[in-house]
Ligand binder design. Sequence first.
Ligand code: ADP
Ligand code: MG
Length: 596
Amino acid sequence: MKRLALPFAKTLKNFHPLKQYFFQNRWPLAIGLLSLLLVDFLQLLIPLVIKSAINLLTAQNPTVQILFQKGLTIFGIALLIALFRYIWRHLILGHSRKVEQNLRNRLFSHVQTLSPSFYQRTKTGDLMARAINDINAIRMATGIGLVALTDGTVLGVAAIGFMLSINVKLTLISLIPAPIIVIFTKIITRRLASGFESVQRTFSDLTERVREAFAGIRVIKAYGRESWEYDKIEEQGRHYVSVNMNLAKSLALFFPMMAIFTNLGLAIVIWLGGRLTILGDMTTGDFVAFISYLNLLTWPMMAMGWVTNLVQRGSASMRRINQILEEVPEIRDEDDAPSEDFYQIKGKIEIRALSYKYPGQNTNALKDLRLRIDPGETVALVGRVGSGKSTLLNAIPRLLDVPPASVFADDIDIREIPLKTLRGNIGFVTQETFLFSDTIRNNVVFGREGISDDELKSVLQTADIFEDVCTLDKGLETRLGERGMTLSGGQRQRLTIARAIVNSPPILILDDALSMVDTRTEERILSRILELRQNRTNLIVSHRASTIIRADRIFVLDQGELVEEGTHDELMDKGGLYTTLYKEQLIFQELEMGAM
Ligand code: ADP
Ligand code: MG
């Protein structure tokens, strides 16, 4: 008993975070459940009316009028059942939709607080599954599951009660197939659920395949691989049919098998109950009422089997959702951090003995790094691939979980600056451009308020993308992405630069942000940016000599260590790593321009 009770308690405990939603909805929920009980009560009345009608028919001389009355009563009951059923469906299923919505919002707003490392550990597909399938399972458990549980219990207990009051022995015998029905339903509904899931999964695989085939059509054609691609789709399609057939088989099995078991009960009652009636131990009315109750019992028996599955699945889904809700963002405001008042940073950056190791790596990506950048300075970071440039740049807006007292902005430990303030003061552009399926305007403004069209125009000009935008029919309102305009890599980079400089942040970080534009354009954009941002801090990673040379100071990194610093001329005179990189053409010189 104890072993059974434990998992059950655990099953329910997973639903704990939903308590508040049940409480918020308590009145609609209570009225819904009351209506559900009323429907049950009314359903149980019907056999009683049938019984009295039949007893009238068999005993006295029935009059048409009395039968009409009985008929009217049944019709009245049916109307009331319809009314109350409408009410409970509306209120209880509505409640489950609200639970679904609240939980989804809570999950999404929580997931947005989590640190980049969480997204490195967690697959996007996994998150999608939780946001869609798991929340769906929870909705089922809290809606129709709750209904089936209440309804099944009340209707089942009451029907059995009435049957017992008619004839105890007959009741016990007619209930022999009941456990079989419960267990069989449980097995089949579980099979159906998993069958349904694999149908969905296979369908999304198929969709993804087809989508990819369309998206990659140029590559497929260029290599002449049409038939190879066709075979793959054909194969996926065949698989989809076969999982559907499996599901159809389980479904096809369910109702006929149910009919066999329920009719077995009926057969027993007709045979034994009929005998009792002939012998006069039971009235004809009781006999018919008994059969009606047995009929009513079919649903509660199936409900019991089904509901345990719904609740178990819902509980497993809740457990997975809870796991995410319990994730604590590694990077968050300290408990004693000042309130979220937004203040402007002047732009001084200091790194004091920063060592950083990525989770799960053996070596440090940054080793005891120390450097200082004054407000208004433009510095370039130089180093081979993997030398730690991006890691260092990511540390400044705290996209990495840096140790205390290692990174300072305006002499304040960045861990003590509210994240919103810190990141609001930094414009950050990386190599990877991300544009949303939205208009150009929204991609650049990005929800920030108080940005006039003139300002927007001016940042687009600075990023050298204004003319490109002007050639588009809808200009700033042109939609990008899947259902919109496709931009070239260079255009995308220029738009993301515009996004970063829109509110003239005190600190601008460009991590290889112009790799896809040509050298001359890079130079043009950079000149404009530097001119506009004369007293603001700029940190730039670039592979082009023309860009690097313009920096006030150059930091040279090697294997996570700062090995040299100075101006271009100073470093060239020194003849160290910088000179080597320059000679090895790892810093691109004017070649590109010569080639054009
Ligand atoms: P750079 O930008 O100079 O090319 P990075 O800062 O990207 O160098 O990388 C520095 C080191 O850290 C490299 O050895 C790289 O493999 C490692 N590294 C970078 N990002 C990650 C990550 N997310 N997880 C684990 N190791 C990483
Ligand atoms: Mg990098």
